[in-house]
Design a binder for this molecule. Structure first.
Ligand SMILES: *Cc1c(COP(=O)(O)O)cnc(C)c1O
Ligand SMILES: [Zn+2]
Length: 419
């Protein structure tokens, strides 16, 4: 089955012009990089294959479970890493603490390279195979890079990756282990992005830059498809995710939109977009009802430190259309949330993922989310990627002499220097 049969066309999110899905374009030829394309589907056709039985008879526990809703040729999906079908945990401890009807955590840290980015990267790799390209390139704050490197390695593709100077060492280590050609740019994410763009134009490599490539939001939407299915298609009132370029939240909206159009769910959850106080271009634009403006990238949450988001239209529209909102959180709230999540739910989140919980907590305090609401919080990436920042909140471990007396004294003092 060639699943491209289910895609109908591209539509430019800026000028709304449509293009055939067979055209070899990544962005709208009229609007260029501002003309991010959206992939539209033939829901009538999909409905014929994707009803509730489709799911109960489906034993594929990866994003390929949703093939009719993905713009890829099935033929190239056989040998990928296993991406997706991450657990959706029902929370008891934090549900009680924050007093909501139901609370869930979608642990994206359990993807093959430990972040939600794998959902997009594996699609980029499959598209590169379809197009017979051997080298894929992107710029990244870290996760897209390590994710692309891992997924490409499994499929025998080469990668050239541009990262800003501040990318955490855990993420860089990952991508070097995966054999990527690493270009560490002396500058911020904007600088890394611009250099990657020039290089991609120059060499003709396949472009995984998430915002630009419309296929990638389609990969990211599988997180929403899974949340819905894991809740037996009774979707929560709110879904929370942090926002950098805007592709993740756009993907979350798209996934629920698809299911709504297929009449598998009866509403689209409200989306809560979370940004960091030190870098909040979406938050500011959303609340001031104006286009996005460039901002500093001043936050501990490196994965959402994006001063010029590349997917502004989709990122704003997703929240607007869902009737949700944007909130922002401080670095301190992010780091506190990392601890709260770890101690209460057994999930270790990287800062950009802990930001999602921090956003939920703030929205709950402000009663944007109320006690009668059910909520799914996406934990977008694993904390082991950035232990240096985690140790700043948790404190260094205490060293004891190897004797029982000291141990007893330590335990009975109840002293915990970390408190
Ligand atoms: C990339 C990323 C995000 C934000 O996704 P965008 O598509 O850039 O908005 C959030 N959390 C983590 C861990 C990420 O890697
Ligand atoms: Zn256009």
């Amino acid at each position: 089955m060639n699943n491209l049969n289910f895609t109908s066309q591209y539509r430019c999110t800026k000028c709304h012009q449509t293009y055939s899905i067979n055209e070899d374009i990544l962005v709208c030829p009229n609007c260029l990089d501002e003309g991010i394309l959206d992939i539209e589907y033939d829901y009538r056709k999909i409905k014929k294959v994707m009803d509730k039985n489709y799911f109960s008879n489906n034993h594929e526990l990866s994003i390929w479970r949703y093939l009719p809703l993905l713009p890829v040729d099935e033929k190239y999906t056989k040998d990928t890493l296993r991406v997706g079908w991450t657990p959706l945990y029902r929370s008891h401890n934090l549900k009680k603490k924050y007093n909501v009807k139901a609370l869930y955590f979608k642990d994206e840290g359990l993807n093959p390279t430990q972040s939600l980015k794998d959902r997009a990267s594996v699609i980029a790799c499959v598209k590169a195979l379809e197009k017979n390209q051997e080298i894929i390139s992107c710029s990244s704050t870290g996760n897209a890079a390590s994710s692309l490197a891992g997924n490409a390695s499994k499929l025998g593709l080469k990668t050239v990756i541009f990262v800003p100077k501040r990318a955490p060492i855990g993420k860089l280590t990952q991508l070097m282990v995966f054999g990527s050609k690493l270009i560490k740019v002396d500058g911020d994410y904007k600088a890394a992005y611009n250099l990657s763009k020039s290089a991609i134009d120059h060499y003709g490599w396949y472009n995984r830059n998430a915002a630009i490539n419309p296929n990638l939001v389609e990969g990211k939407k599988t997180v929403a498809l899974e949340i819905a299915e894991q809740l037996n298609f009774k979707v929560p009132d709110w879904v929370v995710t942090s926002v950098g370029d805007g592709c993740t939240i756009a993907g979350v909206y798209k996934g629920f939109y698809d299911l709504y159009k297929l009449e598998l769910i009866d509403k689209i959850p409200k989306l809560l977009g979370v940004q960091s106080e030190g870098c909040s271009p979406f938050y500011d634009a959303f609340h001031e009802d104006r286009p996005l403006e460039e901002t500093d990238e001043n936050t501990i949450a490196d994965s959402i430190a994006v001063g010029i988001p590349r997917n502004p239209i989709k990122g704003i529209q997703a929240v607007k259309k869902s009737k949700g909102t944007y909130v922002k959180v401080s670095d301190k709230e992010i780091m506190d949330s990392m601890k709260i999540l770890g101690e209460n739910e057994g999930i270790f989140a990287e800062p950009a993922a802990a930001a999602c919980l921090a956003g939920f907590i703030n929205a709950r305090k402000e009663n944007i989310i109320n006690k009668d609401n059910s909520v799914a919080v996406i934990i977008t990436g694993n904390g082991l990627k950035d232990t240096k920042n985690a140790l700043k909140v948790i404190g260094e471990p205490i060293l004891l002499d190897a004797n029982l007396k000291d141990l007893i004294q330590y335990i009975e003092r109840g002293e915990d220097k970390n408190e």
